[in-house]
Design a protein around this ligand. Structure first.
Ligand code: GUN
Length: 281
């Protein structure tokens, strides 16, 4: 039976440390403040944003929300971003995705001042990550790397297979794992015979959004499994992209869903907001 990587506990510890950092900044007259922009009425986004605001409150970070109408134009969105870029009291900006079709999210991400880009989505920050420079790292990949660190899982020379190639998770993970000297393979929806890759992997990171996709016969004994998925299973319960019940019998380490990567994502957002506030002044 695998060791369960306790993301909830690591996130709690991370947030406790960030509370101290936040307090220290405030004593120096620096008040971290996150501005969150949400466009339209996406129910999942509302839940995510609520969790982010709660985490800010917990850590002591100031928080301001901008809820824009479904009919917002690209210009109105960009104007708001520019205003927030210029505001001295706002140290971090997050545009919640998705935004309504017809708006260009990539342009919007590009317009966020890269030193306030706590999501790590700005091309400058993506580029800095790709050449191994200190930068804002996208929160989910960053949380995954912190889990490896906490559990002393050394990536040097390991075969890491990432399933999923999104800009938010899969692609930044490639760089993060390369920076830790892993040999990285990326599989995705068009990859043929995924199991040929996963069977050879020392570490599998799954982020494709398919409930219980990774089965026990697709991995080797002792594999480390990181499950980024959040899905509803046929039984209506939350589950990841991994068949946890069976894969956990073969793995050496595994993250659960819920209580694995999810809480770490928010903790690393808080980390990035504090980092932005430190850098800003
Ligand atoms: N939507 C889903 N995940 C994320 C995230 O990490 N950041 C933003 N801005 N939007 C998201």
């Amino acid at each position: 039976m695998a060791i369960i990587i306790d993301g909830k506990e690591l996130a709690r510890k991370t947030r406790e440390n960030l509370k101290i950092d936040c307090q220290n900044l405030k004593e120096k007259g620096i008040v971290p403040k996150l501005a969150v922009i949400m466009v339209g009425d996406n129910p999942a986004s509302k839940v995510y944003v609520k969790n982010k605001s709660r985490a800010c409150e917990d850590v002591g970070i100031e928080y301001e929300e901008f809820l824009l109408d479904e009919k917002t134009t690209q210009k109105e969105l960009i104007d708001l971003i520019h205003k927030l870029n210029d505001r001295k009291d706002v140290t971090g900006i997050l545009l919640q995705s998705p935004i309504p079709a017809g708006l260009d999210i990539n342009e919007a991400f590009r317009e966020i001042y890269y030193k306030k880009d706590v999501d790590g989505f700005h091309p400058v920050n993506v580029g800095k990550l790709s050449i191994g420079q200190d930068t804002f790292i996208s929160c989910t990949p960053y949380g995954v790397m912190k889990m490896f660190e906490e559990y002393n899982i050394d990536l040097t020379g390991k075969n890491v297979v990432i399933i999923g190639r999104s800009n938010i998770v899969g692609k930044p993970l490639i760089q993060c794992c390369l920076n830790k000297n892993a040999t990285v393979t990326v599989c995705h929806s068009k990859t043929q015979n995924i199991e040929e890759y996963t069977k050879k992997a020392d570490i599998v990171i799954v982020a494709i959004g398919k409930a219980k996709f990774l089965k026990a016969d697709m991995v080797k004994d002792g594999v480390v499994i990181i499950d980024v998925g959040i899905n509803r299973g046929e039984d209506g319960k939350l589950c990841g992209d991994v068949d946890f019940e069976n894969v956990s019998k073969k793995a050496s380490y595994i993250t659960p869903v819920p209580g694995g990567v999810g809480p770490m994502t928010i903790a690393m957002l808080m980390n990035n907001v504090i980092k932005a506030a430190k850098n800003f002044f």
